[in-house]
Design a binder for this molecule. Structure first.
Ligand code: NAD
Ligand code: UDP
Length: 311
C-alpha cells in the first residue's frame, strides 16, 4: 500500500483522483483549504479508514509521510484565479515549492498538475511540448499562466539540482461530474444555463476553440504518468485532441440536454486564447498507449446527468 498525498484533493479533479487511488488500495491524504473545493466532493470517502483529510493552505509548509505527491492545489477557473491574483500566484509558487521540499525530504515522487495555459495564446497549432508558448506576462490571466510556468521551472530545478523525481503534466480543458455549478468554466456554465432554461453565454463570436477532455481519461493519464520510469519528467500534454469551437459546444449542450434556451453573445475576456488543441504523441508513446476514450458527446451526457441532480 502506498501513502499518497493529493493537494487540492477536494476539488473537481482532485476528488476523482482520490477516489481512483483509494479504489486501487492506497492510503490517501487529501490536503485542501476549500477555496474552490467542496466537502460534498469527498463526503463519500469520509468513512474510509485509508482516507485522511487535512484542512491546510499549501502556501504554508506541512509535513506528511508519503511515497507520492500529486500537486493539484490551485484554483483553475479564470473567475476563481482572477478573484485574488496575488493569492493565486502564491499558491502556484509557494505551494509547489513546499510540495517539492516535502518530496525531497521523503524521497517521494512529485507530479505537478500544470496546464495548457503555459502555451498562452499559442502561435503553433496543435501545441506540442517543445513549444515555449506565447504568454502575456502582465495580463489578467498571468497570475495563473506565469504562476504555472514558474511552478514547472521549480520542478525542473529541484530535479536537476536536488534530484527530486518530478513528473509534469500539462492538462488541457477537462470537464465532468463534480464541477461546481458556479465554477465559471464554459462546460459547467453552459450546462447549468441549459438546465435552468437561461440563455447560454458565448463569449466573443464563439469561433475560439478548445479541446475538451473527460475526467476519467485525465485520471488514467495521471496514474500512468506517475508510474513512468524514474528520470522521465515530462512535461507531457494530457488532453483530448478533438477540437470544437465554443459555438459548437453550446449547440451540442442544447441538443443533448434538450433545452429550449437561446444562445447569446457577450464580450470576449482579455487575453482569451483563440485556439487550443494538444499534440498527444508524447503521451501515447510514454504512457503505454494512453489515449482519450470518451468522446465529447458521451462525456457531456454523463456531465448533464450529474448536473440534473444538483441544479
Ligand atoms: P478546482 O478549483 O476544482 O480544484 C482546486 C483545488 O485546490 C480546490 O479543492 C481548492 O480548494 C484547492 N486549493 C486552492 N488553493 C489552495 C491552497 N492554497 N491550499 C490548499 N488547497 C488549495 O480545479 P480543478 O479543475 O480540479 O484543477 C485541479 C488542478 O488541475 C489545478 O492545479 C489546475 O491548475 C489544474 N488544471 C485543471 C484543468 C481543468 O481543465 N480542470 C486544466 C489544466 C490544469
Ligand atoms: N466561455 C464562454 N462562455 C462562458 C464561459 C467561457 O464562451 O460562459 C469561453 C471562454 O471565453 C473561453 C472558452 O469558453 O474562450 C473556455 O473558457 P474556460 O473558462 O472554460 O477555460 P479557458 O479559457 O481557461 O480554457
Amino acid at each position: 500500500m502506498k501513502r499518497i498525498l493529493v493537494t487540492g484533493g477536494a476539488g473537481f479533479i482532485g476528488s476523482h483522483l482520490c477516489g481512483r487511488l483509494l479504489a486501487e488500495g492506497n492510503h490517501v491524504i487529501c490536503v485542501d483549504n476549500f477555496f474552490t473545493g467542496s466537502r460534498d466532493n469527498i463526503a463519500q470517502y469520509a468513512d474510509n479508514p485509508e482516507f485522511e483529510l487535512v484542512e491546510h493552505n499549501v502556501q504554508i509548509p506541512y509535513e506528511a509521510d508519503v511515497d507520492e505527491i500529486y500537486n493539484l492545489a490551485c484554483p483553475a477557473s479564470p473567475i476563481h484565479y482572477q478573484y485574488d491574483p496575488i493569492d493565486t500566484i502564491r499558491t502556484c509558487m509557494l505551494g509547489t515549492m513546499n510540495g517539492l521540499d516535502l518530496a525531497m525530504a521523503k524521497d517521494a515522487k512529485f507530479l505537478q498538475a500544470s496546464t495548457s495555459e503555459v502555451y498562452g495564446d499559442p502561435l503553433v497549432h496543435p501545441q506540442y511540448e517543445e513549444y515555449w508558448g506565447n504568454v502575456n506576462p502582465v495580463g489578467i490571466r498571468s497570475c495563473y499562466d506565469e504562476g504555472k510556468r514558474c511552478a514547472e521551472t521549480m520542478c525542473m530545478d529541484y530535479h536537476r539540482q536536488r534530484n527530486v523525481n518530478v513528473k509534469i503534466i500539462r492538462i488541457f480543458n477537462t470537464y465532468g461530474p463534480r464541477m461546481l455549478p458556479n465554477d465559471g468554466r464554459v462546460v459547467s456554465n453552459m450546462i447549468v444555463q441549459a438546465l435552468k432554461g437561461e440563455n447560454l453565454t458565448v463569449f466573443g463570436d464563439g469561433s475560439q476553440t478548445r479541446s475538451f477532455q473527460y475526467i476519467d481519461d485525465l485520471i488514467e493519464g495521471m496514474l500512468r504518468m506517475m508510474a513512468t520510469e524514474d528520470g522521465f519528467t515530462g512535461p507531457v500534454n494530457i488532453g483530448n485532441p478533438s477540437e470544437f469551437t465554443i459555438l459548437e459546444l453550446a449547440q451540442l449542450v442544447l441538443e443533448i440536454s434538450e433545452s429550449k434556451s437561446k444562445i447569446i453573445f457577450k464580450d470576449l475576456p482579455a487575453d482569451d486564447p483563440k485556439r487550443r488543441k494538444p499534440d498527444i504523441g508524447l503521451a501515447r508513446r510514454k504512457l503505454c498507449g494512453w489515449e482519450p476514450r470518451v468522446p465529447l458527446r458521451e462525456g457531456l451526457a454523463h456531465t448533464i446527468d450529474f448536473f440534473r441532480t444538483i441544479v
